[in-house]
Design a protein around this ligand. Structure first.
Ligand code: F6R
Length: 639
């Protein structure tokens, strides 16, 4: 197989990185590498020793391998596999065990000989683990070592469960999980307290012995990818140690590549095409780095920050400063639906038509208010016909306690008004029985899921009423891809697209907002976005006349904000609007305090929203624009 060293594109990157448009493309590449190796070994009558990983990253890789087995006849008969890690203690059969994961996603669907599957055993008594780990490493050595090791990467840089501080010489062993890892993986369990505190993992030394390593990273991993690839080798960032391996390749998607110097600041790595967007990015980065307003940057700053060539090409620093200042200024508007009757050529939105029909797509029933509550309120207050489309039921993120609380209310309500509550009592009793015997991480029956969905629906409706919308403007799409009852969702289906196209056709919006958030820990936002993209593309291809006049704006979900240089529309908020938004978020009571799937951020949603909106406003102020209390930000999607 060819070495990937030739892909080393510049001196900033100390590990070769191959960038693909999407995780699917990257996964296909890795699957092809694996398939080629398996077939080469088959031809020689040899075994192929694979090191495998779990987690959200390799799911699409395993999908592709299963496809290759079923459709292209790829056989795994000569494969011997070793998995990286397993939680401890945890029974094999538990839904969250990596043993279950691997069987669910790969082993059950291919022809690998079960006796060739090796995974650390999370069920052993503690006293037996040391021996088990030694035997695991010996077994790897005895079959000739790992030919190809697949890795993911944790946000803290861990590989396998080798957390920061793990030794470069570490072998397979029992280790304790970093709290950030437990929080990040809480989505696999019901809540953080159920995530095991320990795991058995191959050591860094074990991993480095693999002949070839492919590390995959998608989406939100951009900062740690850049740190591992461009930073110093340090045990504090375990993946950086891979710089010392002679055949390691990082396979990343566009988003995860976003913090690499060649992507983020390409002018530092050589040739760069100076589009207005790139100029804005370079100047904004320089202003933030030097902590100077854009209009105060001097030729000296340009020279000091790797932009000397640019100045030679473009001339006056002050002219460039002005150009960028105007771009930033023109992105700010209090009129997200356009300012009626005004002719402002550089305004982010069109003045006409006014009012506009708008759809805000909200992946979960609270993303609308959390991520763009201020804009939502402005759109309504400025007379637009605002519709909210809640894409998923969000039923998985409601605690069991809420179910009994609300069922109890339903029974009491009927009793109070003399309504026959025979049925609701029965449902309450059933729910109570199920919940009191519910096993750790057991999937809720449809009835309970529907009650959880109803709770979220009522909260969403209450928020819309709070903003001033009538109930007929709230659309609950209940997209089927979400309805698994588990954190893992189905992929986008034709039905999801048809439901979305139907709604779009009904409303014929002139403005659409959707979550352009690729960093959603469970991937729901990403699927929701893909569904809207696909629906809009199909409607355009079908020649629906309204589509050409419909602008699509992307907001980020609760986890992140757009890069300041990429923002095309920034909606300021007054302190009163910030408070009004906060109370709107409070209406989502089932999402207050510790929700079941919190992600790695322990702040409540309203705090995250406020911090983020204040931060955006602050960045604009630092760059020399007016200081607002808070700002929501959008990027336009051209399709
Ligand atoms: C999994 C493993 C971990 C993951 C890492 C990223 O076997 O060893 O290192 O690769 O935690 O997890 P995801 O892919 O869920 O982001």
């Amino acid at each position: 197989m060819p070495s990937h060293k030739i892909d080393l594109s510049d001196s900033f990157e100390k590990i070769p990185v191959k960038i693909f448009p999407t995780p699917k493309d990257g996964s296909r590449f890795v699957a092809e590498q694996i398939a080629t190796l398996i077939k080469e070994k088959q031809k020689k009558g040899e075994k192929c020793i694979l090191g495998l990983a779990t987690g959200s990253t390799p799911i699409s890789l395993y999908e592709e391998l299963v496809r290759m087995h079923k459709e292209d006849g790829l056989s795994f008969k000569n494969v011997i596999s070793f998995n990286l890690d397993e939680y401890y203690p945890l029974e094999k059969e538990a839904l969250q065990s990596y043993w279950s994961f691997m069987h669910r996603h790969l082993f059950n669907h291919i022809d690998i000989d079960p006796s060739n599957i090796h995974m650390p055993n999370g069920e052993l008594p503690k006293d037996d683990i040391k021996k088990h780990c030694q035997e695991y490493d010996q077994l790897i050595d005895s079959v000739g070592g790992i030919d190809l090791q697949v890795l993911g990467i944790g946000n803290n840089g861990h590989i396998g469960f080798n957390e920061p501080g793990s030794s470069i010489f570490s072998k397979t062993r029992l280790t304790s999980l970093d709290n950030t890892t437990r929080i990040a993986n809480a989505y696999e369990f019901q809540n953080i307290s159920q995530v095991p505190r320990m795991a058995i993992t191959m050591g860094i030394g074990t991993i480095l012995k693999a002949k070839k390593i492919l590390l995959m990273a998608w989406g939100m991993k951009a900062p740690i990818v850049a740190k591992s690839v461009e930073g110093n080798v340090t045990e504090q960032v375990p993946a950086s140690i891979l710089q010392q391996h002679n055949d390691c390749l990082f396979v990343v998607d566009d988003v995860a590549a976003g913090e690499l110097t060649r992507i983020k600041s390409p002018w530092l790595t050589g040739e760069c095409e100076w589009t207005p967007k790139m100029i804005k990015r370079a100047v904004v980065q320089m202003a933030l780095k030097t902590n100077k307003p854009v209009l105060s940057l001097t030729i000296h700053d340009y020279n000091e920050n790797g932009l000397a060539d640019f100045i030679v090409e473009k001339g006056e620093a002050y002219e460039i400063n002005l150009q960028v200042f105007y771009m930033l200024r023109d992105s700010i508007t209090g009129w997200p639906g356009g300012k009626p009757g005004a002719v402002i050529p550089a305004h982010p939105e069109r003045s006409e038509p006014h009012p506009k029909r708008c759809i805000i797509f909200s992946p979960h029933p609270d993303d609308d208010i959390i991520s763009m509550g201020g804009t939502f309120m402005r759109l309504h207050d400025q007379g637009h016909d605002v519709h909210i489309a809640y894409q998923t039921s969000g039923n998985i993120a409601v605690t069991d306690e809420f179910v009994t609380r609300f069922m109890d209310f339903a029974v009491g309500f009927e009793e109070q008004f003399g309504i026959d509550n025979h049925k609701s009592r029965e449902v309450l009793a059933d729910a109570g029985r199920f919940l009191s015997n519910k096993k750790k991480n057991q999937v809720d029956p449809a009835e309970i899921r529907s009650i959880k969905g109803l709770i979220r629906r009522c909260e969403a409706k209450a928020t819309c009423r709070y903003v001033g919308l009538t109930d007929d403007k709230c659309h609950f799409m209940n997209l089927p891809f979400y309805e698994t009852g588990m954190v893992e969702k189905k992929p986008m289906s034709e039905e999801d697209i048809q439901i979305t196209m139907k709604l779009l056709r009904e409303i014929k919006p002139q403005q659409v907002f959707c979550a352009g958030d690729l960093a959603d820990p469970h991937g729901t936002h990403k699927v929701c976005l893909d569904i809207v993209y696909e629906s809009m593309k199909r409607l355009k291809a079908a020649g629906e006349s309204w589509v050409k006049d419909c602008w699509v704006w992307l907001y980020k979900g609760a986890w992140q904000e757009w890069d300041i240089a990429d923002i095309e529309m920034a909606i300021p908020m007054s302190p009163d609007q910030v408070m009004k938004k906060r109370f709107g978020i409070f209406i989502h009571q089932s999402q207050k305090d510790m929700v079941p799937f919190q992600g790695s951020d322990s702040r409540e949603f309203w705090q995250r929203a406020e911090d983020r909106n204040a931060h955006t406003a602050n960045l604009y102020a630092v760059l020399g624009l007016t200081r607002y209390a808070a700002m929501e930000a959008f990027v336009r999607w051209h399709y």
